[in-house]
Design a protein around this ligand. Structure first.
Ligand SMILES: *[C@@H]1O[C@H](CO)[C@@H](O)[C@H](O)[C@H]1NC(C)=O
Ligand SMILES: *[C@@H]1O[C@H](CO)[C@@H](O)[C@H](O)[C@H]1NC(C)=O
Ligand SMILES: *[C@@H]1O[C@H](CO)[C@@H](O)[C@H](O)[C@H]1NC(C)=O
Length: 471
């Protein structure tokens, strides 16, 4: 039997500016491929960029994160990385040696001196500018040190290194590009929990140190990334545009945010059912590194008031250790499907010229806890210091394919059954052999990677059926 979770994991991976006193001047050359630096390099590759697809593990509740297995180093070794569209830097807990590391699923990554990226490198400048608005490099031989701090108060101190990632592409090839990423040797976590379900973070933001910007530079994939997080846990992640349903998805231009390499469609007005709440979310950010959604103080207040006013009598407010605002019914709820009828949908209307709506049905803002209560999965961003930012987190993006297209400068979304295999037959090659498809096999979320190949072999037929079974 699984032990009861000690408390809810509130992961909010959104890189924050460290020195708030510093004017966060954006580095001009730091924006990704939108007509920028990388086109000249891509011209060096004779072949078309391809795509890659990866299964995801994890869920919103109770695990609080979605993660991917990546093969890194030479020879490649697997690591679990928290999928984070709210920050640029990919990093691993690292034996540099380690000053403060958590208990992680795999042996610590061991860097060598020859793999250090010098601080004069443009990627180091991009990293520093993205984190503090200021690049410091006193001598050309210096290494590239950094500190990254997240919205949940966690932080990682490390040094930028360069090693290969092994990616199975949808065209059948395996690419082993060298990319720069962080070797984190001093991690501070907010809670006292010293064990971490992941070895590090996969940074997918818009800056040039982001993994996708680097893959684009190497001619491996286009600078397009998307995820499909299943309500039932698992899902998939993809790089490149082979899977993107350009015609069917809803698209909104990325706002040229004055600072940070966030994915933001700008501002949105908020509706509850068909009623306007008369408030705007000033700066909306799509952040897969955050398990829950956060609204700035004013829209949060408006939402809570509207929810409480519209609630049926069968629901009663009930304290629950999981989240600040919960309700119980006459019987404990088993799933969010038992309670969705009692709640209305939220709608965000992105002000980008024409009407661009995102509907958020109850299952995309509520969770049902192990106590059988329904809790609001939209939290007060002021409490974690987000000011005017509002974060669209995993709970709200579940069962949507969400696409960050840095080539066209657009963000898109479309409802999708994320527990199904992506239906393009080519993409099946994208899954590294031996990795599990947790979404088809209930109960193995977070299965240790080592167990996966054996599990895969013993269930080969079921996997084959599951993969062929996608529409
Ligand atoms: C697949 O795409 C990659 C990246 O463009 C390329 O290097 C490789 O040659 C391609 N493989 C095949 C079989 O076309
Ligand atoms: C990483 O290493 C590769 C090959 O060793 C090299 O071509 C590339 O320039 C290096 N990149 C950085 C950022 O140091
Ligand atoms: C949201 O958080 C802020 C800062 O802690 C607080 O002042 C405000 O009352 C909170 N709003 C609600 C509705 O709880």
């Amino acid at each position: 039997m699984a032990p009861p979770p000690a408390g809810l994991v509130l992961v909010a991976l959104l890189a924050l500016v460290l020195a708030l006193a510093l004017a966060p001047a954006p580095a001009r050359g730091d924006k990704p491929a939108r007509g920028g630096a990388s086109s000249s390099i891509a011209a060096g590759a004779e072949t078309e960029p391809s795509s890659a697809v990866f299964p995801l593990y994890g869920d919103v509740y109770p695990h609080g994160l979605y993660y991917v297995a990546m093969n890194i180093g030479n020879p490649p070794k697997p690591y679990f990385l928290d999928v984070d569209s709210g920050s640029d830097l990919t990093w691993l807990q690292c034996d540099a040696p380690c000053r403060s590391c958590n208990e992680v699923p795999h042996p610590l990554y061991r860097p060598t001196k020859s793999k250090l990226v010098p601080c004069v490198h443009r990627l180091c400048a991009s990293l520093h500018n993205g984190l503090t608005g200021k690049h410091r490099c006193d001598s050309p031989h210096e290494q590239c040190d950094y500190v990254i701090k997240y919205a949940d108060q966690g932080s990682s101190t490390g040094v930028l290194i360069n090693d290969s990632f092994a990616l199975r592409l949808t065209n059948g090839s395996v690419a082993r590009p060298s990319v720069a990423f962080g070797c984190g040797y001093d991690q501070q976590v907010r809670s006292g929990d010293l064990s971490s379900p992941t070895d590090g973070v996969l940074g997918l933001g818009t800056g040039s140190v982001s993994l996708l910007s680097q893959l684009k530079q190497r001619g491996v994939t286009k600078n397009v990334v998307g995820h499909c997080l299943s309500l039932r846990g698992g899902g998939f992640l993809f790089f490149g545009d082979d899977l993107v349903p350009y015609q069917r998805a809803t698209w909104t231009p990325m706002a040229r945010s004055a600072f940070r390499n966030y994915y933001s469609p700008g501002s949105a007005s908020l509706y509850f059912g068909d009623r306007s709440l008369g408030v705007r979310l000033a700066k909306v950010v799509f952040d897969s590194g955050s398990s829950f959604t956060y609204f700035a103080a004013k829209p949060y207040q408006a939402l809570v008031t509207a929810l409480k006013d519209g609630l049926s009598r069968t629901l009663e407010e009930e304290p629950d250790t999981s989240l600040p605002l919960c309700w119980k019914g006459q019987e404990p709820f088993k799933s969010v499907l038992d309670v969705r009828k009692e709640f209305k949908s939220l709608v965000l209307n992105f002000a980008s010229g024409k009407k661009t709506l995102m509907e958020i049905p109850p299952e995309n803002y509520l969770i049902v806890t192990e106590n059988g209560n329904a809790c609001l999965g939209i939290l007060n961003g002021s409490e974690i210091g987000l000011k005017d930012l509002s974060i669209i987190g995993d709970i709200t993006m579940q069962d949507h394919m969400v696409i960050y297209d840095n080539e066209k400068g657009k963000i898109g979304w479309i409802r999708a059954p994320c527990d199904r295999a992506p239906n393009d037959i080519n993409t099946v090659h994208g899954f590294e052999e031996g990795y599990c498809w947790p979404q088809f096999l209930p109960g193995i979320i977070g299965l240790p990677n080592e167990d996966c190949p054996a599990y895969y072999r013993s269930n080969k037929e079921r996997f084959a059926k599951a993969q062929g079974g996608g529409r």
